[in-house]
Ligand binder design. Structure first.
Ligand code: CS2
Ligand code: MG
Length: 403
């Protein structure tokens, strides 16, 4: 099966997505997600200008060889733009191979290791009471695991909390808006939030929280310790992880399980974290970590150290990534949990898919391939719209802080 053509489709049905479609001489097509929130057009150009010309005429069955060709062959390795582009090609080739075999992707990976995939939903509130209501609403919707985020008294806008009645969307304007931040206020507030949420929701629901890289290692250690009584499933992105060694300090002080890695793009970003058992869950997912081929390598390495997976699943990862991740989740032996933030109605219409949500679990479906398609005619009605994540500044002096 030879690759005869490939093209990039950029569209904005509710938010921006970048999709790669590969065509073959046997008439089968495969698609892959290449979306990099806020930097979409860089990946689109990387693919169109530098990758697609090298794909034409290649054997679509040689997934591993193509991965190595794009990773080693470019000379410039790693980085989110490169790895999202490689991921798109890799995902499209796995989709093609599974379609050619007439089986759902998880079968090709080795078959299901479980019946269904546990997902966590989001509960975002203006304040503690609003967050408690949202947690109970998510519980009612069937979620067994819920991430709770809340506005902080004295701070105008906070990560993960929508403005007004709108849904929280991880890109909120044509230029970055500005949020303010106070670690002191947040550290006083977060333990009170989880005390109330745990009281209201009971012991059977798993609770998660995302600190979004805002804390220093010693502050993160204090938060982990303060949250221990409320038995979180995980505390995510407690401190930035460019320096992987930073997590040792948190570990020395707290038994709250730690998750990190939605911004990782290769195994090198988490090698020390995993082999020193400084984390419990690795958040890398298909689109930003080099596709199924590389994510599988990360997961296998993590398994040796009892680290489990917890794939990123915000709305800026397209349904193509979601569907592919669900096949990976159903197969991967050291599965932990999968994030689930439902897409907008317009997004779902552009990307028809076989995956489904039922009672807090998801399943990728039995369609051959990864089970997600793109309606190109409908996609063309939603042209790209520049949109960025906000930036964050310290409230007391305006220093640019971590997002
Ligand atoms: C988040 C995301 O889902 C998460 O845990 O941290 O909302 C993240 O901010 C965006 O995906 C960034 O593009
Ligand atoms: Mg996160």
């Amino acid at each position: 099966m030879k690759i005869t053509a490939a093209r990039v489709i950029v569209c904005s049905p509710g938010r921006n997505f970048v999709t790669l479609k590969i065509e073959t001489d046997e008439g089968l097509t495969g698609i892959g997600d290449a979306t990099l929130n806020g930097r979409e057009l860089a990946v689109a150009s990387y693919l169109t200008d530098h990758v697609i010309p090298c794909l034409i005429g290649r054997d679509a069955a040689r997934i591993e060889d193509t991965w190595q060709y794009l990773y080693r062959g470019a000379y410039w390795r790693r980085g989110p733009v490169t790895m999202s582009a490689i991921a798109a090609v890799d995902t499209a080739l796995w989709d093609l191979k599974a379609k050619a075999a007439g089986m759902p992707l998880y079968q090709l990976l080795g078959g299901a290791s479980r019946e269904r995939v546990m997902v966590y939903g989001h509960a975002n509130g203006r304040d503690i009471e609003h967050t408690v209501d949202e947690v109970l609403r998510q519980k009612e919707a069937g979620y067994r695991a819920i991430r709770a985020q809340s506005g902080v008294p004295g701070l105008d806008k906070v990560y993960g909390v929508a403005q007004g009645n709108a849904r929280y969307e991880p890109a909120d304007g044509p230029l970055p808006s500005e949020h303010d931040w106070s670690t002191e206020k947040y550290l006083r507030h977060a333990p009170l939030l989880f005390q109330r949420v745990r009281e209201a929701v009971g012991d059977d629901i798993q609770l998660l929280h995302d600190a979004h890289h805002r804390l220093t290692p010693i502050e993160a250690a204090r938060l982990g310790k303060d949250l221990e009584p409320h038995r979180l499933f995980w505390l995510e992105d407690a401190t930035p992880a460019e320096n992987q060694e930073a997590f040792r300090l948190i570990r020395q002080h707290s038994t709250t399980p730690l998750a990190v890695g939605e911004v990782f793009n290769t195994i090198w970003d988490c090698k020390d974290l995993i082999q020193n058992q400084l984390i419990d869950y690795v958040r890398a997912t298909v689109v930003h970590a080099g596709g199924i081929t590389h994510l599988r390598r990360i997961a296998d390495f993590a398994a040796l150290h009892q680290v489990r997976t917890g794939c990123h699943g915000a709305t800026d990862l397209s349904p193509v990534c979601m569907g592919t991740a669900l096949h990976f989740d159903l197969w991967v032996p050291n599965f932990g949990i999968q994030e689930h933030m439902p897409h907008a109605v317009e997004t779902d219409a552009v990307f028809p898919h076989s995956y489904r949500f039922e009672h807090g679990f998801m399943h990728p479906g039995e369609q051959p391939g990864h089970g997600v398609d793109i309606d190109e005619a409908l996609a063309a009605k939603y042209p790209y719209q520049r949109a960025y994540l906000p930036v964050n500044r310290l409230q007391h002096d305006g220093t640019l802080w971590h997002w």
